[in-house]
Design a protein around this ligand. Structure first.
Ligand code: GDP
Length: 195
């Protein structure tokens, strides 16, 4: 279902621009540069479909990808980009907030966390928003290849403990490397299970 059938649908800048809520959606959120585009490309098996970028924070659209006409992956703009202007930050907050609160077909949000850095205050803010909106979300650690195995085990435990107090968080922490193809099957599996 994931191979060769992923297509870019559209980029929305406001609620009016969203596609109809007629298919299940999985959204991807995370700090700029966390590896979101790389993970989306790995999941869709399409290099370059989700743009990888060296200018974090550039994309301010919510991008929709159709997966074989069966469901959608939704690329939310990266958050926590220090150089984004105040007005841009507000626009981000508003669109994401509206999308997260008002999307009945949103099945889960994958919140990406850099394995090296763990959960930062800006991630906490995002998760608090999801808890408040009662939107089910799951943590995906990225760039696992950048840390040693012992550190990876520590990080997974640490994050799992931090999630215990969060009502809308899925208890299972996924660990991935888009570069090495680690954990990609598991993320796909979570989606297929949720469908
Ligand atoms: P985004 O801003 O969240 O979309 O992040 P990108 O996917 O553009 O990745 C940001 C940077 O991290 C790029 O230089 C990627 O090559 C790098 N990167 C992404 N995923 C991985 C990974 O799994 N392993 C390694 N080593 N680097 C990665």
């Amino acid at each position: 279902i994931f191979s060769g059938e992923a297509t870019f649908m559209l980029g929305a800048v406001n609620m009016a621009g969203l596609p109809p809520a007629d298919l299940g959606e999985f959204a991807f959120a995370g700090r700029s540069n966390v590896g979101k585009s790389s993970l989306l490309n790995a999941l869709m098996n399409r290099k370059g479909l989700a743009r990888t970028s060296n200018t974090p924070g550039r994309t301010q659209e919510v991008n929709f990808f159709d997966i074989g006409g069966e469901f959608r992956l939704v690329d939310l703009p990266g958050y926590g980009y220090a150089r984004a202007s105040r007005s841009k930050v507000d626009a981000w907050t508003q669109l994401i907030f509206d999308y997260l609160r008002g999307r009945p077909n949103l099945l889960r949000v994958f919140v990406l966390i850099d394995s090296r850095h763990g959960i930062k205050p800006v991630d906490e803010e995002g998760m608090a928003l999801l808890d408040e909106a009662a939107v089910s979300y799951q943590i995906v650690l990225t760039k696992l290849d950048k840390i040693k195995e012992t550190k990876a085990a520590f990080r997974i435990n640490e994050v799992t403990e931090q999630l215990a107090k969060r009502p809308a968080a899925h208890p299972r922490v996924l660990a991935t490397s888009s570069e090495k193809g680690i954990g990609i099957k598991e993320v796909r599996g979570e989606m297929l299970e949720a469908l």
